[in-house]
Design a protein around this ligand. Structure first.
Ligand SMILES: *[C@@H]1O[C@H](CO)[C@@H](O)[C@H](O)[C@H]1NC(C)=O
Ligand SMILES: *[C@@H]1O[C@H](CO)[C@@H](O)[C@H](O)[C@H]1NC(C)=O
Ligand SMILES: *[C@@H]1O[C@H](CO)[C@@H](O)[C@H](O)[C@H]1NC(C)=O
Length: 623
């Protein structure tokens, strides 16, 4: 341990203290030797001594900082992600983040100069020492590149989680990734200039929009910035979260949106950066959101007041959306795993179990559920688009998140895919394109309509196949991804409409068409997300090329001077009707998935991480 020799060098300020004080003959002979050295040799000695002194001073400062914040004890020591870096202040945290690097899949290490190396060793030594005191294995520092963040090196070691973990990213690997980073920086600059701290940027009027008043764009962007290696931007956003983001506001928020964007964003930022400040914030928010579960059945109400933590039904209906109540489980489970407090996971998992017990149509669910009765609304629509979509996504992803330990989730997922094939899958005339339509009025009629949102499905299917489910699902995924891509590629803007109708009339030569009211593009990510998963698992670069085409459409038709905007009309390149709105998920999801899609070497290991429905990465556990 290097810390041993670091303890011995002179710490006194003046070098005069090295002079002999007429003590014994050994000291005198040392002094003679010193006198005989050349000026140059002595200078070298002085330099070595100075450097050692700085290192010692530095490691003592670190020790002091580490003592300041005692809060770690409130967390479950078993939570494998809790890092020591939690306790350091900004400066040291940054350095820590560079230190306890967990290697990304195939990533290359940035060269560091020697001085930095020495400083890092000093930090490592300190922590190795400290860890030993607590009976914790010293962190690996042998340059072994195979370990990754999110990995539980040894599930039986209860102290494992005390190690600082952060995931290191190297920045763009190629021109396409660079272009996406530039797009992100352009969006961020506009937001930072005109809407800082507000939910969304209105890039054309140079103003801000607030929905919940939680700085949604900042929280949604944190892990994207970390993945893109935008360190100073991340740091500024992180400091805003710590100093300014306040959940104690008297504000009714949508339970689901706040969970996936804010809770998910904080947890994703925590897991990548290793900064436990994010867990404190997530816990505060989670506690407030828990009020949504206070219905007689435990099915959450759609809205919750952040100050009073009181949940209630939406103004327009007494029902909650099925996808909303079933798309909170990854986040609440992870919050429990990070804090050691089980109630979050229990409350959310109870909802999944309740829905599991309800009668369904071949595994398919109606889009409304009543929080007071715990029943689906009879006769309501079945769709893989809005209000239905992520119910299916989270069946699979929960199963993966829990290390495939919860069989009922997998069963419900597999059954639902069969149901989709049987009840919702149709093909177009004339080109036989696959799409998934909707069932209305409890199954009495079929509507040949598909939301852009439904294009999440290829990605989910591909992820399932990678995790051992039927290869047939990959065929569906590839076919549906092609249809989704065409809904972009066949528009003159190269952007898809929110809703597309499909043709089964042999008199028509158009596979699909868009109604004027549905012709908007809201900067949505789902199709790109699907391409990312397909590229990841098949290695087929066609999916990258398709994504690049879509990105060109985004650059050409949604980019404005101060950011990016949703547009009202994808059907006419000279009449796009910009809507003056930049959604937080554009930075949190759309640009993140584009960046991940264009990687030559995968940035995130999908055997260790699962993305929530807002593209925030959460670790896969084995339980
Ligand atoms: C790193 O360690 C792992 C596990 O001990 C081992 O399997 C792997 O071969 C090592 N890799 C290198 C590059 O040393
Ligand atoms: C979950 O359901 C169980 C059994 O119905 C119940 O005992 C428990 O209190 C519920 N947990 C939460 C946090 O609501
Ligand atoms: C790549 O994917 C495209 C689109 O699905 C397909 O047409 C092509 O055959 C695939 N290429 C390979 C080498 O599999």
């Amino acid at each position: 341990m290097a810390a041993m020799y670091l303890a011995t060098p002179p710490t006194g300020g003046s070098l005069e203290s090295l002079q002999p004080r007429g003590l014994n003959s050994r000291t005198v002979s040392l002094w003679r030797t010193w006198k005989r050295l050349s000026r140059c040799q002595r200078s070298i000695c002085y330099m070595i001594i100075t450097v050692l002194a700085v290192i010692v001073l530095y490691s003592y400062m670190m020790r002091d900082e580490a003592m300041r914040i005692p809060d770690l004890t409130q967390y479950d020591p078993k939570a494998p992600e809790m890092p020591l870096s939690a306790v350091l202040d900004d400066d040291t945290r940054q350095k820590k983040a560079l230190n306890k690097v967990e290697r990304v899949h195939n990533a290359i290490q940035v060269p560091v100069d020697e001085k930095q190396n020495m400083a890092q060793e000093a930090v490592d030594d300190y922590h190795g020492d400290d860890d030993d005191n607590e009976g914790v294995d010293a962190p690996e520092e042998n340059g072994n590149d195979s370990n990754q963040a999110g990995e539980d090196k040894d599930d039986d070691d209860p102290h494992n989680g005390q190690q600082a973990k952060s995931l290191k990213f190297e920045g763009p690997q190629n021109e396409r990734q660079k272009a996406v980073v530039e797009a992100f920086q352009h969006a961020w600059k506009g937001y930072r200039t005109y809407a800082w701290g507000h939910d969304h940027l209105r890039p054309i009027s140079k103003s801000a929009q607030n929905w919940f008043g939680l700085g949604l764009t900042i929280v949604d962007s944190l892990d994207t910035m970390w993945i893109m290696n935008l360190q100073s931007e991340f740091r500024e956003a992180r400091d805003w979260v710590e100093s300014t983001l306040d959940f104690g506001v008297n504000k009714d928020v949508n339970f689901f949106e706040t969970t996936i964007r804010v809770l998910g964003g904080l947890l994703g930022a925590f897991h990548l950066s290793g900064d436990a400040m994010f867990v404190d914030k997530a816990k505060d928010l989670g506690d407030r959101l828990m009020g949504a579960f206070s219905s007689p059945t435990g099915i959450p109400y759609s809205d919750v007041n952040l100050r009073s933590s009181r949940g209630h039904v939406p103004q327009w209906s007494s029902d909650s959306s099925t996808s909303e109540v079933s798309t909170i489980q990854l986040e609440f489970r992870d919050l429990s795993r990070c804090t050691g407090i089980n109630t979050y996971e229990d409350a959310a998992e109870n909802v999944s179990k309740k829905i599991h017990d309800l009668p369904k149509t071949e595994g398919l669910v109606p889009i409304f559920i009543n929080a007071n009765t715990g029943k689906f609304r009879a006769q309501s629509t079945i769709t893989l688009g809005a209000r239905g979509d992520s119910y299916y996504e989270y069946l699979l992803k929960q199963w993966i998140q829990t290390g495939k330990t919860q069989e009922y989730l997998k069963q419900d997922y597999v059954t639902s895919i069969q149901g989709m094939n049987h009840r919702l899958a149709k093909r177009t005339v004339p080109n036989n394109l696959l799409y998934f339509g909707e069932i209305l009025s409890g199954g009495r009629s079929f509507k040949p309509k598909m939301d852009e949102l439904t294009c999440f499905l290829p990605g989910t299917l591909a992820l399932g196949v990678h995790n051992g489910l039927s290869k047939d699902h990959l065929v569906i995924a590839e076919e549906l991804a092609y249809t989704c891509y065409l809904t972009f590629a066949r528009q003159p803007t190269h952007l898809a409409a929110e809703i597309t109708y499909f043709n089964s009339d042999s008199a028509s030569q158009m596979d699909f068409y868009v109604k004027s009211n549905d012709a908007h593009y809201l900067l949505r990510p789902e199709t790109i997300e699907g391409l990312y998963y397909l590229y990841y698992f098949t290695g087929n670069t066609t999916y990258q090329d398709w994504g690049w085409k879509i990105f060109q459409g985004i650059e050409k038709y949604t980019k404005v001077r101060n950011g990016y905007t949703t547009i009202g009309n994808v059907k006419n390149a000279v009449d796009i009707r910009p809507k003056d709105m930049m959604e937080s998920y554009f930075l949190g999801e759309t640009l993140k998935y584009l960046y991940l899609l264009f990687a030559d070497r995968h940035e995130i290991d999908l055997d260790r991480w699962v993305f929530n429905t807002e593209a925030h990465p959460l670790p896969i556990r084995s339980y």
